[in-house]
Ligand binder design. Structure first.
Ligand SMILES: [Mg+2]
Length: 320
């Protein structure tokens, strides 16, 4: 079942209009409202509502322009927008739809029309979210998504355990990406993420290898049957691929180009070890790479750690 409740952002410079809309919709949805277009843009980016009700006549940025800004930002482009306006000529309507609006509500506001139009758009949005969740591809970068990554990791864990071979993972995190977004803006930030994904994909990988977006500006590669020696080679390949792309990042603390830090770990999966321990250790190595000055790869061979811990346990057992 698809849940059709959701969050709605109302942006209208007339307080009374947003209040009326709130009263009409608050029983079925969670409403956030603002009278400022600038705040509206920030709220849309921060809260990613399911739907936006947008006024056209506003002093700072008009509704058409705000709509265009929201539609060019990868984060907000899939949020449906319904214009709420006193304008009602065919020309106005066309202009709104061309700016990317999903629908129109004409003032004076009629409660049943508002409810029906909002419900329609909310259903479309929820359906699309659901399909996206089922898909295996990260829509922004085109590499595998987190959901597929999780599935793949547990599958490879079991397979490498049966085959008694090494399983390696690599975490790749863009250095000072917040500073990049702050300097170049979110649209450039999204382009940068896509470019990084593309460059990482170009690193020669073998048949069973998987590259996915782990979250935010972090990627993960799963490399089955990859021993420690080859893992260090691969980790360095991923790091240098981004350095060689020479993407300007003048506000980076590391360099004047964009860099990544890499944390990697390898293990022979065993029923005595939790799969998440491998992820945790790769994350620890990533943290170390960041701490050591970024733009570097740190790698851990858990095979050794595990053998040490078996030896310790055996000793402890002997003493006991
Ligand atoms: Mg207005």
């Amino acid at each position: 079942m698809i849940d059709v409740t959701g969050n709605i952002l109302v942006i209208d410079d007339e307080k009374v209009i947003s209040k009326v809309l709130e009263v009409i919709l608050e029983e079925d949805y969670t409403i956030t409202k603002t009278t400022s277009a600038v705040d509206g843009l920030a709220l849309a980016r921060a809260e990613l509502p399911d739907l936006i009700l947008l006024d056209i006549h506003m002093p700072e940025i008009d509704g058409y322009e705000l709509c265009r800004l929201l539609k060019t930002d990868t984060q907000t482009k899939n949020i449906p927008i319904i214009f709420v306006t006193a304008l009602s000529t065919q020309e106005d309507e066309t202009k709104g739809l061309e700016a990317g609006a999903a629908d129109y509500i004409v003032k004076p506001i009629n409660p049943s029309i508002v409810q029906a139009r909002v419900k329609n758009q909310m259903e479309v949005k929820k359906q699309r979210d659901y399909l996206e969740k089922l898909s295996t591809i990260d829509s922004m970068t085109g590499v595998y998504n987190r959901r597929y990554l999780d599935e793949c990791l547990s599958r490879e864990w079991r397979r490498c355990q049966r085959a008694k071979t090494d399983l390696s993972i690599v975490l790749i995190d863009i250095d000072t990406f917040k500073a990049y977004n702050d300097k170049y803006g979110h649209v450039a930030g999204d382009d940068c993420l896509r470019l990084v994904a593309e460059k990482l994909k170009e690193v020669p990988q073998r048949g069973g290898d998987i590259l996915a977006r782990y979250g935010g500006e972090e990627f993960m590669a799963i490399l089955p049957e990859t021993p420690y020696e080859f893992l260090s080679f691969m980790a360095e390949k991923f790091r240098s691929a981004i350095e060689e792309a020479a993407i300007h990042h003048f506000d980076s603390e590391v360099s004047d180009i964009l860099t990544v830090s890499v944390g990697a770990a390898t293990v022979k999966p065993d029923k005595h070890i939790d799969m998440m321990y491998l992820v945790k250790m790769a994350d620890k190595m990533l943290y170390k790479a960041k701490g050591d000055g970024r733009n570097r790869a740190c790698i851990m061979d858990l095979g050794d750690v595990y053998e040490d811990s078996i030896a310790e346990t055996a000793e402890a057992d002997e003493r006991a």
